[in-house]
Every structure is written in C-alpha cells, then in structure tokens.
Design a protein around this ligand. Structure first.
Ligand code: SAM
Length: 234
C-alpha cells in the first residue's frame, strides 16, 4: 500500500480518523442494538478506537482488520492489556479472508473510498449474514464541486474519486443491499477534535508537511465535500 495520507494517519496514530470523529461514531453506535453473542467486523479499523468502543459497549465479539501494518501494530498495542474481546488482523477489505455470512454487524468508517469501491462493497455484502447490517461512513461530493478542487482533494487523500450520495446508493445497491438508510448527521465536513493519538518516533518531515497541506486545504473544500453515514441491509 502506498498512500502518504494513510501513512500520516498511521504514523501519527490518529484515532477517530473520519468525518465527525469519534463523537459521531459514539452517537451512531449508541442507537444500534448489538447482542453480546453477535459477531462484529470493523473494516479498516485504523488504531482500533471504534472496535474498542463496540466491545466495551456491547460485549460483542469484534474482529478488527486493516491493511496498514503500522495501524495494525497500534491496534494490537491498544488491546494488549485490555480484556475486551477484539481480534486484530491484517487484511484487505477488497479480498476479505472470511467465509460468506460471517458477521452480524459491519462498520467501515472512511475506508471504502481508499479502495476499489465496487470490489469492497461486494466483499462486505458477501461476509455479512442475511439479517445483518452494515454501517458506512463515507465522504460525499456535494453540489458545485469543481473538477479542480476534486483533483486536489483526490491527490491529497490518494483516492480515485469523490462520489455523491446518489452514486454511493447505486453502488451499495449493486453490491446486493436492498434497503439503505441515511443516518441523521450534520452533513458538512467540519474538522473534528483529535484526542486519541499514539504517535510513532521519528516521523518523516514530509508527513508533517502533508498534515499542514491537509489543514490548509480543508477550508477550501468544507462546503463542497460532505459525508454520509449509510445503514445498509439486504
Ligand atoms: C481514514 S482511515 C480510518 C481509520 C478508522 N476507520 C478510523 O475511523 O479511525 C482509513 C483506514 O482504512 C485503511 N485501509 C485503506 N485501504 C484498506 C484496505 N484495502 N483494506 C483494509 N484497510 C484499508 C487504512 O489503512 C486506514 O487505517
């Protein structure tokens, strides 16, 4: 994997690295009902903050996977002395190493956009049980997003495209989901507070520069790029 932005998040060890941050995660998950015997998957778990919350709040069995070795290292470290039931594994969302119908609940927060969207959505549909639910938190293109801004943001995040809510819906449906709800959240992309950090030693200067570039670009795109939380069922 070569994506400087993901390296930045990994080396700085930023938890809640998605629009709305961990506060939004908590408010979404507080409205879920997950039973202790259910199996949950946190795809692209990063350093594992959401997985920890799921295990603590619902006492369910959580599997946390990520493709970035530094993220995995930090997620493993998070659960080292924690009795929470979280199994951390390195894995690729596009080629999940799980059998069909493995999970009751899947969450992916700001992950699919970094992958081949169709491929990953099909994999998530494959490993979700028929009565299961999938929550996705993803960036969306809002009206009037110029091509130039789109290109700048894609370059910064190392992603191919930013798609609208409608385009997400179509792709989610094509993966086999028949019911898609939009979870009510503030739709504007505001910078969220970062309060969960596990920084590596000797971070390269380029990653500090990229962080600065990121922070400088946010005010230019925050009215044109939003996000949605989708809840998807079969
Ligand atoms: C923006 S971060 C979000 C991390 C975490 N979900 C959170 O909200 O804090 C995106 C995460 O997706 C992971 N990721 C990107 N492509 C992936 C893939 N193909 N398979 C698994 N994880 C992937 C990255 O390594 C990174 O940890």
């Amino acid at each position: 994997m070569s994506n400087a932005y993901l390296d930045l998040l990994a080396y700085f060890g930023i938890g809640g690295a998605h629009p709305g941050g961990f506060n939004l995660t908590q408010s979404i998950l507080e409205n879920e009902s997950i039973q202790p015997n259910e199996l949950a998957l946190d795809v692209g778990c990063g350093t594992g903050q959401t997985s920890a919350f799921l295990a603590k709040r619902y006492h369910c069995h959580v599997t946390a996977i990520d493709k970035h070795p530094i993220m995995i290292e930090k997620a493993v470290e998070r659960f080292k002395n924690d009795p929470a039931k979280v199994k951390v594994m390195e894995g690729d969302a596009q080629y999940l190493n799980f059998k069909d119908d493995s999970f009751d609940f899947i969450i992916a927060e700001s992950v699919i956009v970094f992958t081949d969207i169709e491929k990953t959505l099909h994999e998530l549909a494959r490993v979700l049980k028929s009565g299961g639910r999938l929550i996705l938190l993803e960036m969306t293109a809002e009206q009037n997003l110029s091509e130039e801004l789109q290109r700048k943001v894609c370059n910064l995040y190392g992603i191919k495209e930013i798609i609208s809510e409608e385009e997400w819906r179509i792709k989610i449906q094509q993966a086999g989901f028949t019911r898609i709800e939009i979870i009510d959240t503030p739709s504007e992309l505001n910078p969220s507070e970062i309060d969960d950090i596990n920084q590596s030693d000797n971070i390269k200067k380029e990653l500090y520069d990229l962080w600065e570039e990121h922070n400088e670009l946010i005010p230019f795109y925050r009215h044109f790029i939003g996000y949605r939380a989708f809840k998807c069922y079969f």
